[in-house]
Design a protein around this ligand. Sequence first.
Ligand SMILES: C[S@@+](CC[C@H](N)C(=O)[O-])C[C@H]1O[C@@H](n2cnc3c(N)ncnc32)[C@H](O)[C@@H]1O
Length: 408
Amino acid sequence: MLTNEEERVALYSRADLTTVPSEVTKDTNLENLNLNWREKELPEKERTKHVHRLHPYLGKFIPQLVEIFLRKYFSPGQTVLDPFCGSGTTLVQANELGINSIGYDVSAFNVLLTRTKTAKYDLVKVRKEVMDIFNKTRDISQPKSQQLCIWEESSPTWLLKETDDPYLQQWFAPQARRELLVYRQLIESEGYEYQSLLKIILSRSARSARLTTHFDLDFPKNPQTEPYWCYKHSRLCQPTTEALKFLKRYSLDTIKRLEEFSVRRTDAVAIACHADSRKTAPPPIDGVITSPPYVGLIDYHEQHAYAYHLLGLEDKREREIGAAANGSSQKAQRQYQQDISEVFRNALDSMPAGSRLIVIAGDKANLYGQIADFIGVEVEAIVQRHVNRRTGRRSGEFYESVFIWRKR
Ligand SMILES: C[S@@+](CC[C@H](N)C(=O)[O-])C[C@H]1O[C@@H](n2cnc3c(N)ncnc32)[C@H](O)[C@@H]1O
């Protein structure tokens, strides 16, 4: 006798070839979708293609999943809303397909990231600015003994000002901090056009330059100041003391990724707003694709704490729905259902009858059936997806559901 879980696995292992996103059309039957890609069918390089990997972000959905449902339910020129846009996956994929998009997120860093991914760039100017700020940072931040003579006389000391932010003091070695702070000052002082892009390069570098172990970059608890046994590399590793090597690596990587996206980019509009979706009425839209925060799982501000401190972003963590810090008790689950329902009601008010609200969630606690009842949508289908995560701290298997709801 098979348990429910085993039956589902058996069903998936009998399924045909996995779906190729670019082949999906409005006529593709939901029953013919097979979203259980294995690593060799959908390698990490594809899941993190072009701007999708401009900056690490824990908790995003894979672009291929979004592409499939955009192709099936939306047309070029229409507008899709993602009320929990996170790192901007929906907006990037919508743009590729010529679909306009609106994204809301309560985390200022996520909005910065989404805007940076979807902006239109003059790539020659990008390269010039990205390399200019890197070269200046390298020259200015070197210890005095290694500086070229030109800086001996005229060293711009105001750029080398220490910070009094305890987080930055605690989580970065002195030289790494110096390099990051110089870069930050230069973003403001040099009048660059692409300041948001430079902030993303700075944040990505800061993430790697923290005093952490290589195997816990998502939520490190304490600064790592001594050599440690590294499970990722199976050897003794040292905490990093500098940031320049990361600034260089991510500068080049960012330019490459923007170039890759530029050949796929369309002129469809993508707008990202820093907003609490419970309190925001969207303009007219043709539907929703989203993956909401889950209850008690991830603190979305905390995962980018370094960016908030370094860039001085507004912190609205108390407005996060389902924050991990609030746990996943029955009470937290009830509150979560109410909050998510409030967001979806706002969206439904701006959608025509018959349009779709597509929600992707790993609904372990079975909260979404009731949410559908609360907001009065017709449940058209629920497509299950078997996810086999091979890497990372949260590796392992789980199921993700794609809820396809219709406004009555
Ligand atoms: C699962 S993530 C979305 C990830 C996104 N699909 C992606 O691919 O990057 C959920 C997002 O909801 C945001 N969020 C939480 N509470 C919110 C609220 N009240 N209003 C708007 N966004 C909120 C979080 O900051 C987080 O970025």
